[in-house]
Design a protein around this ligand. Structure first.
Ligand code: C2E
Ligand code: MG
Ligand code: MG
Ligand code: MG
Length: 287
């Protein structure tokens, strides 16, 4: 009885500490948005992870992945703050920040010597029902930017909040010429109805499958079938979260178009991504 009381109180303390941290983080977040102008912008930084073409061996695109540069806690991953943003009604602003950062960074890379790269941006559920979102799409097109450089990533959960309006927005995204990717494919219900209704241009097979294709023949069969299905629907297929070089040959054999994962590189700050791609190109050209 004594030990369990100790455990319970430790648990309470832990919960209490986590709750305090969470509250503090919420306050920090609100302050960050309120002081953004005085502080010279939001404290977020966009990292980029390369997507390598299995056909050419070269980088074809990048995924934009946001981080929060917190003054005391350092670099925070999206899992620490996305829900806070959502609950504080700041997700739209975050998305705009990520999109314009991504467009600025890819333009800089291109100006300084890289071949044009596509960039993927993750969308949260609120984006697909936010009237400000299509306004941003118009602004992008209005700025003379080729919409096909951006691919917006959605998951089944992203669409679930308000399926009808979300589907409509997806239609708009694709009609305007942007790419639309089904992210984390295989983790939800992944129903065929959703595959047939969504006007996507890309499908990303979730890491949970990619990591198992080497040793699990059933998973391999599922991935192989998914690749064929995607291709029959005219979708580009990207394997995400590839960590081992041993899976690369297999993914190529199965017909995956592109691979993204630690096997190539983790997400990197813009300047480092540029250097990484430059180096890849040098290696490539010297072969
Ligand atoms: P996601 O879109 O599925 O992104 C892939 C996640 O897997 C990223 O985590 C990436 O760093 C990680 N990853 C990539 N390759 C590997 C690998 O080989 N092994 C392992 N273990 N992990 C790998 P990250 O950056 O922490 O992002 C987590 C999630 O947060 C993203 O999942 C996405 O759903 C969300 N997210 C990130 N940035 C944004 C954003 O700007 N807006 C919104 N709405 N969501 C975002
Ligand atoms: Mg994604
Ligand atoms: Mg994913
Ligand atoms: Mg995810």
């Amino acid at each position: 009885a004594k030990t369990s009381r100790v455990q319970v109180s430790l648990y309470d303390q832990d919960l209490d500490r986590r709750r305090r941290e969470h509250n503090q983080l919420t306050l920090d977040l609100i302050a960050a948005f309120e002081n953004a102008e005085a502080d010279g912008g939001l404290p977020f930084e966009v990292y980029y992870q390369p997507q390598v073409s299995m056909r050419t061996g070269r980088v074809a695109g990048v995924e934009a992945l946001v981080r929060w540069q917190h003054p005391e806690r350092g670099l925070l991953p999206p899992s620490d703050f996305l829900d806070l943003l959502e609950r504080n009604g700041r997700m739209g602003e975050l998305t705009e920040f990520v999109v314009w950062s991504a467009l600025r960074d890819t333009a800089t890379w291109e100006r300084t010597g890289l071949a044009p790269l596509r960039v993927s941006v993750n969308l949260s559920p609120v984006c697909l029902t936010d009237p400000a979102f299509p306004v941003m799409l118009q602004q992008i097109v209005g700025a003379g930017i080729d919409p096909s450089v951006i691919t917006f990533e959605v998951t089944e959960t992203t669409l679930m909040k308000d399926p009808e309006r979300s589907m409509q927005m997806c239609g708009l995204i694709v009609e305007a010429g942007f790419g639309l990717s089904i992210d984390d494919y295989g983790t939800g219900y992944s129903s065929l109805a959703y595959l047939s209704d969504l006007p996507a241009t890309e499908l990303k097979i979730d890491r949970a499958f990619v990591s198992r294709i080497q040793h699990d023949t059933r998973v391999r069969a599922i991935v192989s079938g998914t690749v064929d299905l995607a291709h029959q629907l005219g979708l580009r297929i990207v394997a995400e979260g590839a960590e081992q070089s041993g899976t690369l040959g297999l993914l190529r054999e199965l017909g995956c178009d592109e691979v993204q994962g630690y096997v190539y590189s983790p997400p990197l700050p813009a300047v480092q991504l540029y250097a990484w791609v430059m180096n890849q190109e040098t290696v490539f050209n010297s072969r």
